[in-house]
Ligand binder design. Structure first.
Ligand code: SPD
Length: 391
């Protein structure tokens, strides 16, 4: 007989390793550090709620968060990991359509996502989101009531506000000393020629046609085929002047002056201005404006994926992100607008000054903003965008 570990011992070690949840982490294979099975414990049994109402026995060992790029302060992930013993695995996307496509394909292993308003409606209608258990979200009391119960998710049955923002134009004041006040800066060929190859539009089927629609004097939700044909012509005419369609790193490109102007979200513009901690240095010349013709207002929301194996832990993480001090720290890092009314007094004077300078809307600007809404079953924007990108 060969020397080595007796078979009974090998079996024992394997059983023990399985019970302890050993092995590499991957989406869909999440195991529970504290429970006896490989998945999140579903309540009942001899669990002991800890301070703050979190039942640590029900926490999973990992949580898979699929979020927009540059959209959470990494220090907060570390803080949550240390406080709760849960490892957060972050993957990123840059458009609602990418998020929706991924979830439609199924078996993502993701627990938590951050869809924008109209995307919540689409995903909830398709059964891609889990109903929320509000008893696990006591920090909802900190959210501004006027930002709850929105038409895209009445009663917040599947989503809670994470950040909201506006879409306009970011530019470098040394190149535009007189400022920018019209979408013509991005659509008029005579103007574009001066900075050919040094500007971008968002890579987004609602945002970019939306900007063109506002430039042409229409609602960004207009789907009249004759008007969308004009939008298509305008966008195709713009393409030779563009550096790229870019929703992922306009912040970095503006800060580095690779772009002198860009169709941008206010937070990306603010990141370009302030820099992003040790990732890149800010540029003091960056400004942000909502053009006279108007722009988009939107809200990104936290939602739990329908087949999340770690729904309890996802609720705990959502609730953590709604603690006022956490929401304030996150807003300082991200630079968008927090829906957390109790976080606002905690924001720095530096951030508030930038908001006042145009990185947040005042009442006059708000009057020019419009939400993107979803017309059920309408593929007009997808068809338009496919045609434009294909040219
Ligand atoms: N880098 C994070 C960007 C988040 C933007 N989400 C809003 C999209 C609205 N159309």
């Amino acid at each position: 007989m060969k020397r080595g570990m007796p078979a009974i011992l090998i079996v024992l070690v394997m059983v023990l390793l399985t019970a302890c949840g050993g092995g590499a982490a991957s989406p869909g294979s999440t195991s529970n550090e504290y429970g006896s099975s490989g998945t999140e414990a579903q309540g009942g049994g001899a669990s002991t709620p800890a301070a703050g109402g979190v039942d640590r026995n029900r926490l999973s060992r990992e949580l898979y968060f699929y979020n927009w790029t540059d959209y959470i302060d990494p220090a907060l992930i570390t803080q949550f990991e240390e406080e709760y013993g849960v490892r957060v695995i972050l993957d990123t996307y840059d458009s609602n359509e990418d998020l929706i496509a991924k979830l439609r394909a199924g078996n993502t292993g993701y627990d938590l996502v951050a869809p924008s308003d109209y995307a919540v409606t689409i995903m909830a209608a398709e059964g891609l989101l889990a109903p929320l258990d509000k008893s696990l979200l006591p920090n909802l009391v900190h959210i501004d009531p006027s930002l709850l119960d929105q038409p895209f998710d009445p009663g917040n049955t599947t989503s809670v506000p994470y950040m909201y923002g506006i879409t306009g134009i970011a530019y470098n004041a040394t190149v535009f000393p007189d400022g920018v006040d019209s979408w013509a800066a991005l659509f008029d060929p005579e103007r574009m020629a001066a900075y050919r190859g040094k500007f971008s539009m968002l890579d987004d089927e609602r945002e970019t046609p939306g900007a063109a629609l506002r430039y042409l004097g229409h609602s960004l939700n207009e789907t009249d085929p004759a008007i969308l044909a004009q939008v298509k012509d305008l966008l195709i005419a713009q393409k030779p002047y563009l550096a790229a369609y870019n929703s992922s790193d306009t912040n970095r490109k503006l800060a580095a002056e690779e772009y002198v102007i860009a169709h941008a979200w206010n937070g990306a513009a603010l990141q370009a201005r302030k820099g992003l901690e040790d990732e890149f240095t800010g540029n003091p010349n960056i400004r942000f404006v909502i053009p006279n013709e108007g722009g988009m207002i939107w809200m990104d929301n936290l939602a739990i994926v329908a087949d999340s194996p770690n729904s309890y832990t996802a609720h705990v993480f959502m609730n953590f992100l709604m603690e006022p001090a956490v929401a304030a720290q996150n807003t300082e890092w991200i630079g968008y607008l927090t829906p957390n009314q109790d976080a606002i007094p905690l924001l720095s004077d530096e951030l508030k000054a930038l908001y006042a300078e145009g990185f947040a809307p005042d009442d006059e600007v708000r009057a020019r903003l419009e939400w993107a809404v979803r017309k059920e079953g309408d593929t007009a924007f997808t068809d338009l965008w496919t045609a434009v990108k294909g040219r």
